[in-house]
Design a protein around this ligand. Structure first.
Ligand SMILES: *Cc1c(COP(=O)(O)O)cnc(C)c1O
Length: 393
């Protein structure tokens, strides 16, 4: 059904016509998820994490949907990602989640992005950039409470706060940390990290902190004490579970991305013949196969169809599950459709719903020994994104 989507592009301009493989991004699902999560974490607020092109969903689409549904701001990984949102006219607060290369700091300041810092040198570099650009930069100081990736040692936080507060061109935006094991609610790490974080905050005495934040999606869902001023909500807003142990907490959320294609070729094959590179699959009976023009260059992992000891992974065609046979190639894969009446142009659902069946990014992830995040972030720029839902505005 044609509709105006959030970017003012018309989605009846059929992006799927540019090639027979596309991703559908459902604005209604994004809004539903952010709305539901905003209510769940209240009185904490939600900052939507739209790094990595909105986890493959399109950063601008995801950002607009999140803000429409009540998100108080956004988070990104790179200055460039924040600049892209500003260029699209988005004026909400945008926090860049790590320290950035010195060469990027003028752009950060000029775009009015919020910075993260955890080293005194970086605070100085931010102050210099803000002065050059004639801006005041909001700085969020990050404490490493146990992730051991980036962040200041807890006993450095007081000197960082002083450094930010002593600069006329900087403003303290908040103090935060990041949880390493929040997707395993029974694990002791989250309580230990929050205790370390709280001790560091306590060392600041009565310093009046504008914002304190700690939770990612899993923390926001599973650890109410991690919610604080706002939660940094990524994967859950896209309707994907942070991990199997918290699946039950996302039951109300809707996957926002579907990956689809059309059958490009159909042929009969004889028992005893083989298919695709390496001839890894041998047909044990006469059957019909359909070729689907999507492959690992699009983000369908090469081994999805050929894990040792596991039969082919399914796609949906004509409302039926059909296994991928042989290795996925760069641009195409082959499916065994048996006696189903499949013809060129038929819709193939790789992720999403068709008829009674649903295949989720989490199913791919379980199969491949990874997490849903890697699946959706891996859908490459070569796959056109078709924005659906959102209604007329
Ligand atoms: C990516 C990221 C998030 C979002 O994590 P999800 O698990 O996707 O919710 C939050 N905080 C930081 C620092 C991040 O890098």
């Amino acid at each position: 059904m044609p509709s105006d989507n959030d970017e003012g592009r018309r989605d009846d301009v059929d992006v799927a016509a540019s090639r027979w493989a596309w991703a559908e991004v459902d604005v209604d699902a994004l809004r539903h998820n952010v709305g539901s999560l905003t209510r769940a974490v209240s009185p904490s607020h939600v900052r939507a994490v739209v790094k990595a092109d909105g986890y493959g969903h399109g950063a601008v689409t995801a950002a607009r949907a999140a803000l429409d549904a009540g998100a108080a701001g956004l988070c990104v990984a790179l200055v460039q990602e924040g600049v892209e949102l500003r260029a699209a006219g988005i004026d909400a607060p945008i926090l860049v989640l790590t320290e950035q290369p010195p060469e990027q700091l003028d752009s950060l300041a000029a775009a009015g992005l919020e910075a993260t810092a955890y080293r005194l040198d970086h605070v100085d570099a931010l102050a210099a950039a803000a002065t050059r650009v004639g801006a005041v930069v909001s700085v969020h100081l990050k404490i490493d409470s146990g992730m051991q990736r980036v962040g200041a040692a807890p006993d450095l936080i007081a000197s960082l706060v002083d450094a930010v507060r002593s600069s006329d061109s900087l403003r303290l935006g908040g103090v935060f940390t990041h949880l390493a094991v929040a997707d395993e609610p029974e694990h002791r790490a989250t309580a230990e990290q929050l205790a370390t974080f709280d001790a560091a905050l306590g060392s600041l005495g009565d310093a009046d902190l504008p914002a304190v934040h700690a939770a990612n999606s899993a923390g926001a869902l599973a650890a109410p004490s991690a919610r604080r001023s706002f939660v940094r909500l990524g994967i859950a807003m896209y309707g994907i579970s942070p991990g199997p142990d918290v699946d039950h907490l996302v039951a109300d959320l809707r996957p926002a991305l579907a990956l689809k294609a059309r059958v490009s070729y159909v042929k009969q094959v004889d028992a005893g013949t083989h298919v695709s590179y390496g001839w890894r699959h041998r047909f044990d009976r006469d059957t019909t196969v359909a070729t689907v023009p999507i492959g690992y260059a699009d983000g369908v992992p090469r081994r999805l169809g050929t894990l040792p000891d596991a039969p082919g992974f399914d796609v949906l065609i004509g409302g039926r599950r059909c296994p991928i046979v042989g290795v996925v190639t760069m641009d195409q894969l082959v499916v065994d459709v048996r006696d189903a009446p499949v013809t060129i142009g038929d819709e193939v659902v790789l992720i999403g719903r068709q008829g009674e069946h649903e295949i989720r990014a989490e199913h791919w992830a379980e199969r491949l020994g990874t997490i849903g995040y890697e699946i959706v972030c891996g859908i490459s720029a070569r796959v056109p994104r078709r924005v659906v839902g959102g209604g007329h505005r």
